[in-house]
Design a protein around this ligand. Structure first.
Ligand code: MN
Ligand code: MN
Length: 466
């Protein structure tokens, strides 16, 4: 070592993070191209149901067949299953027995939003409005005074489902939640930021026109209901059996003069769902059976029939094993899972919330997170160092730029993913994903390089030979 100068020694021993696009324009161009499909996915799918439908169409187009648990499949076969129109499972049968383990890649397709309450419609001061109940962790003040769209379904007792999507087409009307003018903001200004807008103040403005008949008590509400009935054939009671989501209106966009970033709603967690799905679709003849899952209800704790705490994914794995006569317990023991979810990107304007050495940065590649959680790693699924070595080794081999970090400064907050729901079943699981600025806001920001690197990491993982 004494022969070498310190610069060489430093290069050998120390790690210097890099932004791959700075020195490699070709990789930026590749990322920009990859993200055209991603932006379309974001723009066309605003809810978990819409993303499920788009994903199902992509799978069918790619030759996937609806899973039949009485059939037998051979290596290379591609099957899919949709759970209650909100979760997507897609698999490619591996050449190895399933007892050698699955390669799971799980992202979620629900996103923070405002759901309509069961009885949402009311009239006040000659306006008609909708009461909402927020879903997931939102900062309520971010949802006022921005254009909103209405998406969802009304399910009728006769089995008919009426789909609603309004506010996305340039010719559609949009909706909004009003806020006070600064001139009259003195009292509201004294509220804490977390209390600046309250849950019961998230009321969506949807009309102002009354029926002409003055003897009608709530003419504006009635007029709105008449319009809804004409367009969708619904009556007020149908709101009770509906799932209607209020989301930011408008398409995903490029951000920056260099177009290096993507801005849009619900990138948490479609920024992993899209690359995970494309990686699964492009996977041909894997060694290990791949299972790509786009799940629901992550933002509310993964409970319920479409959440990862339910058995729906594990039932699917059991059915796959049974079909092959493979032992399910052995399969779990040998499986590996990527819990693909976003991380917090270091924000220069809010840098005190981060610890610079252990943050993830937009543009530095796919983020690998060994553990999540809060305080003393409470509620974490801590990936074994062996698994970290395995995954980072695959990335290095495939020239995937990766970075590692934590959620932010210790004791400031924290968060979790679906990793523990899988790891608790005895499956080795690690968090992998894209750093996001303004996470959970109506307009989130990601870096195209990180999206491409996530895709490449997923490809390397599901196509691994060992
Ligand atoms: Mn997420
Ligand atoms: Mn989230």
């Amino acid at each position: 070592m004494s022969e070498k100068n310190m610069e060489t020694i430093s290069k050998e021993l120390l790690f210097q993070p890099e932004y791959p696009a700075d020195s490699n324009n070709a990789i930026l161009q590749e990322a920009i191209e990859f993200c055209e499909g991603y932006k379309e996915f974001l723009t066309n799918g605003k809810t978990e149901r819409e993303i499920s439908e788009i994903s199902e169409n992509m799978l069918i187009k790619a030759g996937y067949k609806l899973f039949d648990d009485t059939a037998s499949y051979k290596a290379g076969d591609k099957v899919y299953f949709i759970n209650r129109k909100k979760c997507v499972l897609a698999a490619t049968i591996g050449s190895e027995s399933m007892e050698k383990g699955f390669r799971l890649n799980i992202a979620h397709i629900d996103a923070p939003r405002l759901d309509l309450k069961p009885s949402p419609l009311y009239e006040k001061a000659h306006f008609s409005l909708l009461k909402t109940h927020y879903y997931g962790g939102i900062r309520k003040y971010q949802w006022t005074a921005v254009p909103l769209a209405i998406h969802g379904v009304f399910c009728k007792p006769n089995g008919e489902t009426v789909k609603v999507s309004i506010g996305e087409d340039a010719n559609d009307p949009v909706f909004c939640i009003t806020d006070l003018l600064p001139h009259l903001g003195a009292e509201q200004n004294d509220r804490k930021l977390s209390d600046g807008i309250r849950g019961e103040e998230l009321n969506v403005l949807i009309g102002s026109q009354s029926v002409a008949d003055e003897s009608v008590k709530e003419g504006v509400k009635l007029n709105t209901m008449i319009l809804l009935n004409q367009k969708y054939g619904i009556v007020e009671r149908d709101f009770n059996r509906a799932e209607i989501e209020i989301v930011p209106a408008g398409p995903a966009r490029d951000i920056g003069f260099d177009r290096s970033m993507v801005g849009g709603y619900a990138q948490d967690d479609r920024v992993e769902a899209y690359p995970a799905l494309v990686a699964e679709i492009n996977c041909k003849n894997p060694t290990f059976t791949t299972v790509c899952v786009l799940t629901d209800k992550e933002e509310t704790g993964s409970d319920g029939v479409t959440g990862m705490q339910s058995d729906y994914v594990f039932h699917f794995l059991q059915q796959l094993c049974r079909m092959q006569g493979a032992d399910y317990i052995r399969a779990c023991q040998a499986s590996k899972c990527m819990s693909s979810d976003v991380t917090a990107a270091y924000d220069p304007t809010w840098d005190s919330a981060y610890e610079p050495l252990n943050s993830t940065y937009a543009g530095r590649g796919v983020a690998i997170t060994k553990y999540t959680g809060a305080r003393g790693k409470g509620g974490t699924s801590d990936a074994c160092a062996e698994l970290v070595a395995y995954v980072t080794g695959l990335c290095d081999e495939a020239n995937v730029t990766w970075q590692m970090g934590e959620m932010g400064r210790i004791d400031l907050g924290g968060g979790g993913t679906i990793a523990l729901d899988v790891a608790n079943r005895g499956i080795d699981t690690i968090d992998v994903g894209v750093p996001v600025l303004s996470m959970h806001a109506p307009f989130e920001v990601t870096h195209k390089i990180d999206i491409l690197m996530a895709y490449k990491a997923f490809v390397a993982f599901i196509n691994a030979k060992a």
